[in-house]
Design a protein around this ligand. Structure first.
Ligand SMILES: [Zn+2]
Length: 64
C-alpha cells in the first residue's frame, strides 16, 4: 500500500502501476512500504475513538 499526495488517498498495490498512482500518475511516496502517513494514522485513531465512544454510549444506554 502507498499514499498518493495528489489524490489524498491510499493506493493499493493492485491499483499502483509501476509505483505510480493509477489516477494521476504521481510517483507514490510510500512505494517502498514505509510507515503509514500521519493523515491515514489520524483517520484510524479518530475512527477507533469514535467507535469506543459509541460503545460506551451503548453500554450506558443498556444499564439505564
Ligand atoms: Zn494520485
Amino acid at each position: 500500500m502507498a499514499w498518493c499526495d495528489t489524490c489524498d488517498r491510499v493506493v493499493s498495490d493492485d491499483e499502483a502501476i509501476d509505483g505510480r498512482c493509477d489516477r494521476c500518475e504521481t510517483e507514490l511516496s510510500g512505494a517502498e512500504r514505509g510507515p503509514l502517513p500521519w493523515k491515514f494514522r489520524l483517520m484510524i485513531i479518530a475512527t477507533v475513538i469514535y467507535l469506543a465512544y459509541r460503545a460506551y454510549q451503548g453500554v450506558t444506554w443498556l444499564l439505564h
